[in-house]
Design a protein around this ligand. Sequence first.
Ligand SMILES: [Fe+2]
Ligand SMILES: [Fe+2]
Length: 358
Amino acid sequence: MSTPRLQTDGFHHITMVSNDAHRTLDFYGDLLGLRLVKKTVNFDDPSAYHLYFGNDGGRPGTILTFFEWRSAARGHWGVGGVHHLALGVADAEAQLKWKRRLTDAGVNVTGPLDRGYFTSLYFADPDGQVLEIATAGPGYGIDEPDDALGEELLVPPTERMPEGRDEEAIATTTHPEPVPEVTNDMRLQGIHHISAITNDLAEAGDFYEEALGLRLVKKTYNQDDGKTKHYFWAAYDGNSVKSHSAMTLFGWDGSDYMARPGAGQTHHIAFRAKDAEEQAAWREHLLSLGLNVSPVMDRTYFESIYFRAPDGLLCEIATDGPGFTIDEADSELGDGLKLPEWLEPRRSEIEASLVPLS
Ligand SMILES: [Fe+2]
Ligand SMILES: [Fe+2]
């Protein structure tokens, strides 16, 4: 009997690059209402903050992290990079509250756009990272059966394409009242999907399927140009798609417009492993595919291995545990500057090099 194929349950976290940790904290913490669950430094470069935001004390799939690189030049998206990160929201009503809250704060928002499987708002963080707020439903089963997702190449209907949209109505639709507080019904629910760009859709698809055990759940076209293929992979058991697991790719086959890393870009994306034992199996599995895989790295809150997708995107597999309460009580998460034991002797030097956040 053959061993069952390893399948990740989806995303663990996404790590982005910021020029200014304070500004990032204001934007993601105050404006988007995410909870800071850890304030630490980049373990590979302790002169830089590493901030972690997350729901429920930092549940995998809801974790957004930022390296603060004050002098990093702005990057841009392209092949081998993430185009945007979508955060989930319960429904279209809550989404409109977000539109009002963001526009009132001076953030330029596009949408809501009907993407069929969900409805989307687009905007950018202060560094230029493209963000989306996407509704939980109606889901991938609207145009093919839930137990046969990803089988047909689906052409989006005209009403979802630019020529079929009432752009003026979309631009003026918003919540009628100001939204000064992030109310419970609006809470962002973690990573809804991550969309990256590849120049070899077939090769990248093989990678997400063979290396990570994700499955193709939607084959369609970019609904803003109608030409670019847009394929979705996810943790899918043949009946339902797991939350926080949808990886989508825009297929720019043959393009040499490469992503430029830097501020406002995603540094890497991390998928889940249950525990250290499964992590070791992942490492063997990735090595057996001929990938160059890092040794297991102790990140205090999880253990990590790193490798690259064929188009260059940096990927990680991180264990679910031990989690963020390993060095702070749940009620105090994010309060203190936490350092791994091996950096504690350098605390005063490290603190002196960081701009205080409050
Ligand atoms: Fe998206
Ligand atoms: Fe990471």
